[in-house]
Write a protein that binds this ligand. Structure first.
Ligand code: NAP
Length: 321
């Protein structure tokens, strides 16, 4: 017999956005469920030190912060479910979700907080040095490379913004791009080229992230020139891979409107998606800010939007009686 669960509000995804939505919804008396997904706690569970989440003077650990958020969500009345949604039907009411073990969830309102994943180059040496010199977020980790030589890999808006941001911490920033022109907006390019702390290595890709020292950490990059095939060493202690993010929206293709980069579209200034009663928050709808604190902020907005939607539905049902 397959299991089924009915709820007023289901939240999919358990990063800062989803857990904050659950905390607000639970405190509004909606008894939400949160379905954790493949990576319970989201991207913060794969980072270490967090120094920019407000409220903590000392460095905290990403996984610890997420455990605390989950404990708070449960404490105020959220039911946390360890499952992964594999299909959704948003055509009828209630919405119908199916978990990978066959459980069916029926929800009057839905908050989507499935997040996004930073893209990496996929080299074994990159994987080996993640958190020890290799990062995909300068805003999160740049501070740890004060006064050190660093590199940023990519040629889009994110890469250029990260290179510019890193000049707050380092006087020696190298942008490495695989072509001879950048994809980033002109205004960002102008700022980049005008900044004396940044140099650009064109037509080049990272062949290897080089480890050294004790404890082992990044000491350099072997760069291959794509035109000549020549490999040269760049000494750096930090490398930020900024080649884009992939929002986790596969599940919603054909059900909800996505933008040209695959992010969930919301009405500006709200978390309302193209289907009434379905709300989106965090990195799955935000390709600009992507911070834990902004994800938590939009999670709060989603819960408030959902609460308002459910109240209006209830009022309409009463009026129709
Ligand atoms: P993006 O625009 O897709 O750029 C990715 C960059 O990484 C490109 O330059 C690409 O090179 C390079 N790249 C991709 N795969 C690579 C690989 N395997 N090896 C080496 N280089 C690789 O991604 P994004 O910069 O993260 O931006 C994503 C979206 O968010 C864009 O729409 C962007 O405009 C937006 N965004 C906006 C802002 C803002 O408005 N302030 C800030 C950040 C992001 P090629 O150029 O050769 O393809």
């Amino acid at each position: 017999m397959t299991n089924s669960i009915s709820t007023r509000l289901a939240v999919i995804g358990s990063g800062p956005a989803g857990l904050t939505a659950a905390i607000y919804a639970a405190r509004a008396g909606l008894s939400p469920i949160i379905i954790q997904g493949i990576q319970p706690g989201g991207q913060l569970t794969i980072t270490t030190d967090v120094e920019n989440y407000p409220g903590f003077r000392d460095v905290i650990q990403g996984p610890w912060l997420m455990e605390e958020m989950q404990a708070q969500a449960e404490h105020v009345g959220t039911k946390v479910i360890w499952d992964h949604i594999v299909s959704v039907d948003l055509t009828g009411r209630p919405f119908r979700l199916t978990g990978d073990g066959g459980t069916t969830y029926f929800a009057d309102a839905l908050v989507i907080a499935t997040g996004a994943q930073a893209k990496y180059l996929g080299l074994p040496s990159e994987e080996h040095l993640k958190g020890r010199g290799v990062s995909a977020c300068a805003t999160c980790d740049g501070f740890f490379y004060r006064g050190k030589k660093v590199a940023v890999i990519g040629g889009g808006n994110t890469a250029v913004e990260e290179a510019l941001y890193m000049t707050n911490h380092s006087h020696d920033v190298t942008l490495i791009h695989r072509r001879d022109s950048l994809r980033a907006e002109k205004i960002l390019q102008d700022r980049l080229f005008a900044n004396p702390a940044i140099k650009v290595v064109w037509d080049s890709e990272v062949a290897e992230f080089v480890a050294g020292g004790t404890p082992e950490a990044l000491v350099g990059l072997d760069l291959r020139n794509r035109l000549t095939g020549e490999v040269s060493r760049l000494d750096v202690e930090g490398a930020f891979v900024a080649i884009g993010h992939s929002p986790s929206t596969e599940l919603f293709k054909g059900h909800l409107e996505l933008d040209s980069d695959g992010y969930l579209k919301v009405e500006p200034g709200t978390t309302r998606t193209s289907v009434p009663g379905v709300f989106a928050c965090g990195d799955v709808m935000d390709k600009i800010y992507r911070q834990a604190v902004t994800a938590a902020g939009t999670g709060c907005m989603a819960a408030l939007d959902a609460e308002k939607y459910l109240a209006a539905q209830e009022y309409a049902a009463l009026a129709a009686e």
